[in-house]
Design a protein around this ligand. Structure first.
Ligand code: ADP
Ligand code: MG
Length: 402
């Protein structure tokens, strides 16, 4: 069992530059990086006026970029394979390109459309990444945000301030929703663009604001262990959309779930009525809304616990969150449950959208090895893929690195 490490900014910049030069035969104007994120608590509530507490990871995606003047985007990405796509900016839009390149081209398109990116006449982009793909750590936001800050700075000559970053968040969300067609909320992009070392973000999606909360696990003798189950998953498939569909349908008719009294009961009654055109089971609607409302209350409590560095309370709330995601929102797979149970004594929970991905655990420093061993042994016993491990530290948001 090993703990995966990641490249520092100097190495990431060198690798992105080398890929750029190898592919395009010239040198990039600069290199920008944006991190993945881990969500500590507040899951499946970002699209429901809830509260989430993520932090930016040390693992980042780097984009080496240079402007063009002919309207063309040329994109290369070194992931498992080397991916390559050229597309005129004028052709980018809803559902085009609806693949990996849509996260990238879509962010520029949406940024230009909204004015978040003042101008772009084309770009050459070479990407390398340390964010594991499809592990619940938002490789997609890392991709979007690295390119968005690059395009912004190439257009303006300056690094985006908070106002500009907020506009880039919206552009990156649109890339995901409209161009790729993944109906994700705004949690990931905000963490990737606004992350700060030593801090988590407490994001309030009803107010569309966030506060930076000190997150000094180290001082409390704790480490955040991430166990990637390596079970295949994709948010672009129907499961995520179906969970969100229930919440959106109820909120459409009954208003924000944040303030809806007796939400589970109200959702059950709604589902028995004529507005439930999708035929959602009343008990399903009740369970889903129960999760969203309780998770938001729980996450507000967790933010207060974090403010006073009360990690005992925080860890208890993490476990409660997992149980609700399992029993009410029903997004926990066998592999996730196995890792949760194995790490259960330590505030553990699944993180990300579910249906695969990772489990996190806030573990005392001297128990990291034994917790990893327990998770690995449980996976082996269950006949699941071998998990891989990372340690997470609150790190910087999107920035220029060369
Ligand atoms: P997550 O964001 O949790 O990692 P998603 O399903 O939201 O999972 O996004 C994963 C998708 O993002 C991949 O299937 C791929 O299309 C795209 N992607 C992520 N990182 C890269 C990369 N470095 N190069 C190319 N595409 C990437
Ligand atoms: Mg994603």
């Amino acid at each position: 069992m090993t703990i995966a490490t990641h490249r520092d900014d100097t190495q990431l910049a060198a690798d992105a530059t080398a890929l750029f030069t190898h592919t395009f035969g010239t040198t990039p104007t600069g290199v920008w990086a944006a991190p993945g994120r881990v969500n500590l608590i507040g899951e499946h509530v970002d699209y429901a006026d809830g509260v989430s507490i993520p932090f930016a990871l040390g693992q980042s995606t780097a984009a080496a970029c240079a402007p063009r003047t002919d309207g063309l985007l040329r994109i290369v990405s070194q992931a498992d394979d080397t991916l390559r796509l050229d597309i005129p900016l004028a052709e980018v839009g809803p559902n085009n390109p609806a693949n990996w390149a849509g996260y990238i081209a879509g962010s520029i398109w949406a940024g230009l459309d909204s004015g978040a990116i003042p101008t772009c006449e084309g770009m050459d982009i070479a990407l390398v990444s340390d964010v594991p793909v499809g592990s619940g750590l938002s490789s997609s936001a890392a991709l979007e945000c690295s390119v968005a800050v690059a395009a912004y700075e190439l257009a303006t000559g300056t690094s985006p301030d908070d106002t500009a970053r907020a506009a880039l968040v919206d552009a990156c969300i649109r890339a995901e929703n409209e161009v790729v067609g993944a109906s994700t909320g705004g949690l990931d992009q905000r963490a990737s663009l606004f992350g700060q070392p030593g801090h988590a973000l407490a994001i309030d999606f009803a107010a569309n604001t966030f506060t930076l909360v000190p997150c000094d696990m180290d001082a409390a003798g704790l480490v955040l262990l991430i166990a990637d189950t390596n079970a295949p998953h994709s948010l672009a498939d129907g499961q995520y959309a179906s969970r969100r569909g229930v919440i959106d349908a109820v909120a459409h008719d009954l208003g924000s779930l944040r303030t809806l009294p007796n939400g589970a009961e109200a959702a059950r009654t709604w589902a028995q009525g004529e507005h439930n055109t999708a035929g959602i089971e009343p008990e399903v609607a009740a369970r889903r809304v129960k999760h969203v409302q309780e998770e938001t209350t729980r996450t507000i409590e967790a933010a207060h616990a974090l403010e006073r560095a009360d990690f005992d309370t925080f860890r208890r709330l993490m476990a409660d969150s997992h149980i609700s995601l399992r029993d009410h929102f029903e997004v926990v797979t066998e592999e996730l449950e196995s890792a949760f149970q194995a790490a259960g004594a330590h505030g553990a929970r699944m993180t990300g959208g579910g249906f695969g991905g990772s489990v996190i655990a806030l573990v005392p420093k001297d128990q990291v090895e034994s917790t990893m061993a327990a998770i690995a042994a449980a996976a082996k016993k269950g006949g699941y893929p071998e998990p891989t491990f990372m340690l997470a530290t609150p790190s910087a948001g999107a920035r220029r690195i060369a």
